[in-house]
Design a protein around this ligand. Structure first.
Ligand code: BGC
Ligand code: CA
Length: 346
């Protein structure tokens, strides 16, 4: 009996070793060994993140053996995925947190395994970032999207005096906010309004609620707000395009965007579906959130980290004092729509 179990253990060992070496055989274009990199995306069915994910995959081709995980909007699941990837021998981690507050948990796991981490899209707090030498961030300057969106609102409002439907000189708006606590959602919500006010326009908030970045939730909220306020609403400001598109669906169902019935809507991201709405004269504009470069940047840094190189080696990225690479936002209207199209064409 003892012999038999020893034999079994022996076999198991051989099999595991064989499996390990088989797994380690990922090779690059020139037959060289390429590193395993563990990637998580907070949820695969987020419109914008699906473009970031594709950029990561594309730029990783032939250079990295990616283990990609859908964290399904569940931080506990993501924590397990990180442990699983560490046990599979990844050389670095590229993490899109579910909960931005959970960075410390992920950092402690990586620290224990002495693994570098590149966070992307959801920025950890500066305390978390400075708690570990081997962590970096790739994203944007969150406030910038709000400022640019505020300028878009201001410019279009001033150019269209009839948008002040009740003629009181104030802009009555509803706000579709992204996930509360998400640095992008918080900063966009704050800075868009601050910018409008700074530019001399008085505002009145009719509604502000979270649509969790999600199109269906954006539509639900808009249905309710239209029923409650009707055309007392003068502007719809959305933290992202997905929710703006949901609101547009709701408005279309109420007869907007035909026979002179119009409602201004602005978003952020400039994803392809939003660009179509800009071309059709429905969406006023958006703010390009450069998915391609954020995906590429996250991969570039994670790859350098995995290969033990200097984090910026061979790239054109720059780090700020928060160890962050920040890709700029760009205002998008019909006039420069091609710029956003090129970015999402990948
Ligand atoms: C994007 C949103 C997206 C979110 C996910 C933001 O930067 O604008 O569309 O849902 O990131 O974290
Ligand atoms: Ca008004």
């Amino acid at each position: 009996m003892k012999k038999l179990s020893l034999l079994l253990v022996g076999f198991l060992l051989i099999f595991t070793l064989a499996a390990c070496t088989a797994e380690e055989e990922a090779v690059g274009e020139n037959g060289e060994e390429i590193p395993k990199i563990g990637v998580t995306v907070y949820k695969f069915d987020d419109n914008f993140m699906s473009f970031v994910r594709r950029a990561i995959e594309k730029h990783g081709e032939g250079k990295a053996d990616l283990i990609l995980n859908d964290s399904q909007n569940d931080q506990a699941k993501q924590n397990e995925q990180v442990e699983m990837m560490i046990s599979k021998g990844v050389k670095s981690l590229a993490i899109n947190l579910v909960d931005p507050q959970a960075a410390a948990t992920i950092i402690s796991k990586a620290k224990e395994a002495d693994l570098p981490i590149v966070f992307f899209n959801k920025e950890p707090s500066s305390e978390d970032m400075s708690s570990y030498e081997k962590c970096w961030y790739v994203g944007t300057t969150s406030a910038e999207a709000g400022i640019i969106q505020g300028e878009l609102v201001t410019d279009t409002w001033k150019a269209n005096p009839d948008w002040d439907r009740n003629g009181d000189g104030k802009l009555q708006y509803v706000m579709l906010k992204g996930e509360p606590g998400h640095p992008d959602a918080e900063a966009r919500t704050k800075y868009v309004i601050e910018t409008i006010i700074e530019k001399g326009i008085e505002v009145e908030e009719l509604e502000l609620q979270t649509g969790m970045w999600d199109s269906a939730k954006g539509k639900e909220l808009m249905d309710a707000w239209l029923a409650k306020h009707g055309d007392k609403i003068e502007y719809i400001i959305s933290n992202n395009d997905a929710m703006a598109l949901g609101a547009i669906n709701s408005l279309k169902a109420e007869g907007y965007f035909k026979d002179d019935k119009f409602m201004p809507v602005v978003g952020v991201d400039a994803i392809p579906d939003a660009l179509t709405q800009i071309e059709e004269g429905v969406l006023v504009g958006s703010v390009l959130n450069d998915a391609r470069n954020q995906g590429k940047g996250a991969l570039d840094l994670a790859l350098n980290a995995a290969n033990g190189k200097d984090i910026l080696e061979g790239t054109e990225w720059k780090l700020d004092d928060k160890k962050a690479v920040r890709v700029p936002y760009v205002a998008i209207t019909i006039d420069n729509i091609q710029e956003a199209k090129d970015c999402y064409a990948q």
